[in-house]
Design a protein around this ligand. Sequence first.
Ligand code: ITT
Length: 195
Amino acid sequence: MLAINFLSGNANKAEEIRMLGKREGIEVRWIEYEKLEIQSDDPAAIAKNSALTAFEKYRMPLIVEDTGLFIEALKGFPGAYASYVYSTIGLAGILKMLEGAESRRAYFKTSFCYADGSVVKSFDGKVNGTIATEIRRGLGRSFGYDPIFIPEGQTKTFSEMSVEEKNRYSHRAMAFESFASFFKAMHGAQDRQST
Ligand code: ITT
């Protein structure tokens, strides 16, 4: 079975990506790691830099990812600063800022970066949706902004869904699938060369 190292300090991401890997026939090995983040408003630039730094340390094929939440009425805030905003004003602060806003449209963007010492490649995923008017955790897990994000075409927040259900629509699933196609093709090509 193909395997890839996923470096992240976030157990919720690791849980989702492990399940996505299973779906694609790739074993995801989570290594707990505080990724070094450059200051940028682009998750792809952050992920790429983090992957290169992580590769320098671990010297093995790996992926990292960076995610941002972009809210239309707030001109894209918190964007790639989602982590800082989550731990400061939090979900309640975001809801407060949106009181009376005409649009509640928002999107999540995730960018994975793969690095193996010779190849460095990014894979993006995006999901459009709206910000709920209240925090809705349901019975499920409560990961970051999931309790206030409703993906387009759905009525439940991501937090009210199982991981399997979230993985059907999410930004992360889309980005991982694109990585998985590349990774499987790359290994398929290597296998053909060695036979
Ligand atoms: P890493 O170690 O992988 O960087 P992190 O938690 O620092 O983990 P990010 O910087 O990518 O990850 O995440 C930015 C913020 O967005 C952070 O507060 C997360 O909780 C939140 N977040 C990321 N993905 C999310 C998702 O799928 N649903 C809800 N919130 C998410």
